[in-house]
Design a protein around this ligand. Structure first.
Ligand code: B4P
Length: 183
């Protein structure tokens, strides 16, 4: 199975849910920029306070902050592979990631796009109820996804790396579909 992976998809598509399962079963390092940012917020650091306000509005945290978090966690990792969940989220982040991965000689070998319709996304996120999971903020996050993250679909598809998976239905069924496209 491919071992250096990205998960792309709209908020609520299940990136975090599926990434956790796949990383456990295949001993991959799971790097979720959303989780790492929430840890930064919980620590009460100055950077965390800045990130909290941005996340509560449903916007993207600065590329600089996210990139330094990813770099710190990827360099020195000695697991068999890694899965970046929710990163990159725009073309600037994708290009910076390429520079980093070229430096450490660990190219991406697969990108999984989880696809789900807006109404299902909204229902899932309202059901979870995190601070940024109210309807107004969810709609803003979907807008940010369309404007900034969707261009990455062509970016990775042009490199022959993209595999799409329909992310509706049972969690275990989706996990099987993901394993199939990565085998
Ligand atoms: P993230 O933490 O990445 O969260 P997400 O995209 O909203 O959720 P995800 O797709 O992982 O959904 P999940 O599995 O949890 O981002 C939050 C914020 O952090 C962003 O808005 C941004 O501000 C900031 N951020 C993160 N990365 C950034 C970056 N690179 N640059 C800048 N800013 C960044 O699933 C959602 C719910 O659905 C859960 O309740 C789950 O249980 C449920 N679910 C999952 N699969 C299901 C299924 N098959 N059926 C039914 N329910 C399901």
């Amino acid at each position: 199975m491919k071992k250096r992976l990205l998960f792309l998809g709209p908020p609520g598509a299940g990136k975090g849910t599926q990434a956790e399962m796949l990383c456990k079963s295949h001993d991959l390092l799971h790097l979720s920029t959303g989780d790492l940012l929430r840890e930064e917020v919980a620590s009460g650091s100055a950077l965390g306070l800045e990130a909290a306000a941005v996340m509560e509005r449903g916007e993207l945290v600065s590329d600089h902050l996210v990139l330094s978090i990813v770099e710190n966690n990827l360099i020195g990792n000695n697991q068999k592979g890694w899965l970046l969940d929710g990163f990159p989220r725009n073309v600037v982040q994708a290009k910076a990631l390429k520079v980093l991965l070229d430096k450490i000689k660990q190219p991406i070998d697969g990108v999984v796009l989880l696809e789900l319709d807006d109404e299902s996304l909204i229902q899932r996120l309202l059901g979870r109820g995190r601070i940024d999971d109210n309807e107004e903020v969810i709609r803003r996050r979907l807008g940010v996804y369309r404007e900034q993250t969707i261009p990455l679909i062509n970016y990775y598809s042009n490199q022959g790396l993209l595999k799409s998976v329909k992310a509706h239905g049972e969690i275990n069924h989706i996990a099987i579909l993901i394993a199939e496209v990565l085998s």
